[in-house]
Design a protein around this ligand. Sequence first.
Ligand SMILES: *Cc1c(COP(=O)(O)O)cnc(C)c1O
Length: 377
Amino acid sequence: MGFSTTAIHAGNEPDIATGAVSVPIYQTSTYAQEGLGKHKGFEYARTQNPTRLALEKNIAALENAKYGYAFASGMSAIDTVLKLVKAGDHVILGDNTYGGTYRLFSRILVDYGIEFDLADTSDLTNLESSFKPNTKMVFVETPTNPVMTVTDLHGVSELAHARGAKVVCDNTFLSPYFQKPIDLGCDIVVHSTTKYLNGHSDSVGGFVALNDEADAEWIKFVQNSIGAILSPFDSFLVLRGTKTLAVRMEAHDKNGRVVANFLAEHPKVQKVYYPGLASHPQHELAKKQQTGFGGMVAFETGSLENAKRVLEGVKLCTLGESLGGVESLISHPATMTHASVPTETRNKLGITDGLVRISVGIEDVEDIIEDLDQALK
Ligand SMILES: *Cc1c(COP(=O)(O)O)cnc(C)c1O
């Protein structure tokens, strides 16, 4: 079955009770049981909810995964995956992940005995030297936020598996439409559904998809034990969002390429970060492991003042955190999404005070360009 067909039909069976074509929002906390131990597979809504279950089947199918679990946020999904490692275990974390992921490791997990080291996962030789005898997991994000560094997922998986470690990939930036980490050898995929999967900037959520049965059982157990579940209403919204994922991603990609090329030629722009540009250092790798480049573009304006002028000068693009919605969003990583990353680390990664990130929306691209052009002037 093709991607769009799966997106529209997986998990979306007509409602058993009424035939409703759209999976209803099962807004209930509990379910009537016919007798002791006799029920329809639904006991209590933290444990099971039909709307959430439909979404779980849907996104798991899109990622070519056997199992999927929906969470209250991307961060709670990531935190749950980190419950697969125990005190004394070591995790290699990509050195340019989402700021919140770094904060989870550096401020919380370390206090529970989880050791971690940062590594540039795009450099496999460097990654290889980061493994320790107790390394149990490699956590990567590709392309990275916001400088769009691409990591070879197949290469990372081979290195990790030879050393008994699992590979987790945060696939938020491309969505399964443009990248399928499990097909590339990764063990677990995580998402912030807040971004492209929901796609309309009106819900916060997260997702974990995987194939290993024992790990899936544990993720499900933790999901129920901790209870950071996605609500029925948000499950409905994300399920509605994924139906149009293919057409939205095509449109984000088309506009993203045009905006990246426009910025690359603009005299006020010093550097553009977009894997779809031939000048991107990993353009060939991106072409090989991704089926598109998406709508995330970052560019260097040279200084905080210049960045401020652009960020405050735009009229169509909305200044705000987040990404992946139908509307173009513009942000300042150094003070917004990556404020919790130490200045020194930020500068090393290229997340300078002059860096601006755009989540290119699906408006008419001429309007986005006109807006950026007037703000840059
Ligand atoms: C937003 C984001 C997260 C965190 O997700 P929330 O839904 O905000 O908790 C994790 N990873 C990436 C790449 C993100 O963009």
